[in-house]
Design a binder for this molecule. Structure first.
Ligand code: 5GP
Length: 190
């Protein structure tokens, strides 16, 4: 068994609420360590270095990739690079944490190739219309970017059978509780 086999990967289409569900878990389940990815995307208002992402220049990101520091990395939505730093995941697992990676589908496939005995969970929207409504409603992307993300989402939805489990994000707390249960934890009492 790989030293990384205890980890859980959460993937799913854009705007399905992966970020919201994982933030809920980070805030409510201290036993879980939510992996902090490196990215070339500039920070959004309120995002902090080392909390939400490690913000890297393109040059720094390339250097880390060349040096084999990433467990996986991918260009997401055709623009920025995002990657999981192997060392941070190993340290959290060695520390006895349940590790959760919130990554895109390309990244999930890379992890599946290198850590096949990890746990792979697909977060699905209650419906396509609801997913579009959430993407447009959150207002963080331009209309062109929204369109691009929806194109990606169509491909991503078709990947559901590649995963061990599907959790439907009909309600953030319920979905988060179901996910931690799949990770072998007892959900917090409501
Ligand atoms: P955002 O720019 O909205 O924070 O994230 C965009 C997308 O990048 C999300 O779908 C998220 O799952 C994905 N992502 C975040 N971190 C990583 C990572 O380390 N690796 C991969 N492959 N995707 C990531």
């Amino acid at each position: 068994m790989s030293s990384l086999s205890g980890l859980t990967v959460l993937a799913g289409p854009t705007a399905v609420g992966k970020g919201t569900v994982s933030t809920y878990i980070r805030d409510n389940y201290p036993q879980v360590w939510l992996s902090v990815s490196a990215t070339t995307r500039p920070p959004r208002p309120g995002e902090q270095e080392g909390v939400h992402y490690f913000f890297k220049s393109a040059e720094e990101f390339d250097r880390l990739a060349e040096e084999g520091e990433f467990l996986e990395w991918a260009v997401v939505h055709g623009v920025n690079r995002y990657g999981t730093l192997r060392s941070t995941v190993e340290a959290a697992l060695a520390d006895g944490k349940h590790v959760l990676l919130e990554i895109d589908l390309q990244g999930a496939r890379q992890v599946k190739a290198s850590v096949p005995d990890a746990r792979f969970v697909f977060l699905a929207p209650p419906s396509w219309d609801e997913m579009v409504r959430r993407l447009v409603g959150r207002g963080t992307e331009s209309p062109e970017e929204q369109q691009r993300r929806l194109e990606t989402a169509k491909l991503e939805l078709a990947a559901e059978p590649e995963f061990d489990h599907t959790v439907v994000n009909d309600d953030v707390q319920r979905a988060a509780d179901e996910l931690v249960q799949l990770m072998g934890l007892t959900p917090n009492p409501r």
